[in-house]
Design a protein. Structure first.
Lengths: 183, 246
């Protein structure tokens, strides 16, 4: 009756309730500039994360998938317009489509506090304490039953929820790649 | 003044984090025992010369009504439990060769019907709420995973007579987010299965004399019961405990 959290009996990993995932993702932040505002923020981003699988696969159609919950640290080294930094902590929820065996598309959403010293130096943001909201999609390719390569795209929005003005917000695109380990 | 204030908030924050992490790791299993597992353990005696071998003929597993691949672990666990009661001289798995037809032996057929309810909708919704609260609500929002098993064991004596044994049990794993592991689910399944097998063995031990070598002669022309059963019609609905109390 014993079953490990991750199986590969049929050639594809089967991730069950309680399976944990540790990931390291990196990408390059590119600006989605708003009209009349000059800031073109860009730079590399690193996002280590931890997640836990909350459900066994739900449904039997093409959208059969699993829900995971976890947390992510996001570090952005802004290289433009000034050499500055940003760091944040975001709870993260992910829906992974499992119908395609080893290739597993997913959609994710995260949001949480974000500190950056870029704010105050640009006209869009005034305070160093901000929030970051992230929505994106990606694909995991399982190299083994415990390790996967990930690649995808995220949209980032940074603003301070009107805790100070100005609060125009910074929007960015973030293509990323990384790997995950499941246990 | 500001230093004192920030120190105070740091301490409060650290305490909150420690409480969240420790209480958010709790988990426990609530087991609903098999219906007849409360019976007193039964003791019967069988002479070694009276023992006959048992050979596993087939093992069927269904999960939420769908047939599953054969699990060697399940078969080994059942054989291990049969070995413990000492009723049979030798135990053979489905892979082992059957004794010659003119020898006395027992054929066993096992059907395990599992019912799993991980409450996916609840878990997803609760997970969203826990995440939105920055994990602060983790200790206050438990998650559940239900598992039930219905085991049928059919033993056919060398003269074609068949005895049926059935048992069922269920349980619920309650856990906080940080306490979730796949081992927890294995533990739940292990306890439920153990409860089912114990109840089955108790029933079997009552029939010790039925399996003694002297209970029936070897037929000159041995017979074997032949049947085709509709898998769907034989499925017994297994109820799942949904009580939330410990």
């Amino acid at each position: 009756m014993t079953t490990a959290g991750v199986h590969a009996a049929s050639g594809s990993p089967r991730i069950t309730v309680g399976t944990q995932e540790v990931s390291l993702t990196a990408g390059y932040l590119l600006p989605n500039r708003l009209k009349h505002y000059p800031t073109k923020q860009e730079g590399p981003a690193f996002m280590p994360s931890w997640m836990i699988t909350l459900t066994d696969p739900i449904n039997d159609s093409w959208y059969r998938g699993q829900v995971s919950l976890g947390a992510e640290m996001v570090y952005i080294q802004f290289r433009e317009p000034f050499d500055t930094h940003g760091v944040g902590f975001t709870p993260k929820i992910k829906y992974t489509f499992v119908a395609l065996d080893r290739i597993r598309p997913y959609a994710e959403f995260a949001g949480g506090p974000f500190w950056t010293d870029l704010a105050g130096k640009i006209p869009e943001q005034s305070s160093q304490f901000n929030f970051i909201l992230t929505a994106g999609f990606g694909v995991s390719y399982f190299l083994t039953d415990r390790a996967a390569l990930n690649a995808g795209y995220r949209f980032h929005h940074i603003s301070n929820a009107h805790t100070s003005t100005p609060n125009v917000g910074l929007n960015s695109s973030l293509p990323f790649a990384g790997f995950s380990f499941y246990f | 003044m500001n230093t004192k204030l920030s120190l105070r908030w740091t301490i409060i924050g650290c305490c909150g984090l420690i409480i969240t992490l420790t209480t958010g790791c709790a988990r426990w299993i609530e087991l609903k025992p098999a219906a007849d597992s409360s019976q007193e353990p039964s003791v019967r005696v069988i002479a070694r010369a009276e023992q006959v071998p048992l050979v596993m003929d087939s093992v069927g597993i269904t999960r939420n009504g769908s047939p599953q691949n054969l699990s060697p672990e399940t078969e080994q666990r059942v054989l291990g439990t049969l070995r413990e009661i000492g009723l049979f001289s030798h135990l053979g798995s489905t892979d082992s060769a059957e004794p010659p037809a003119n020898e006395k032996f027992i054929r066993a057929r096992l059907l395990l019907n599992e019912a799993i309810d991980p409450h996916p909708g609840n878990a997803a919704w609760k997970g969203f709420v826990i995440g939105a609260s920055m994990f602060i609500l983790t200790p206050f929002i438990p998650l559940e995973y239900d598992y039930a098993a219905h085991v049928t064991l059919e033993l056919e004596r060398w003269d074609g007579q068949v005895k049926h044994y059935e048992s069922q049990s269920s349980g619920t794993a309650h856990y906080q987010l940080f306490g979730a592991t796949s081992l927890m689910i294995d533990e739940l399944k292990g306890h439920v299965m153990e409860s089912c097998l114990t109840a089955l063995m108790q029933q079997m031990v009552y029939d010790t004399t039925f399996y003694a070598a002297s209970s029936a002669p070897v037929l000159e022309r041995p017979i074997r019961s032949v049947s085709v059963k509709s898998k769907r019609s034989t499925l017994t609905p297994v109820s799942i405990s949904t009580s939330s109390g410990k």
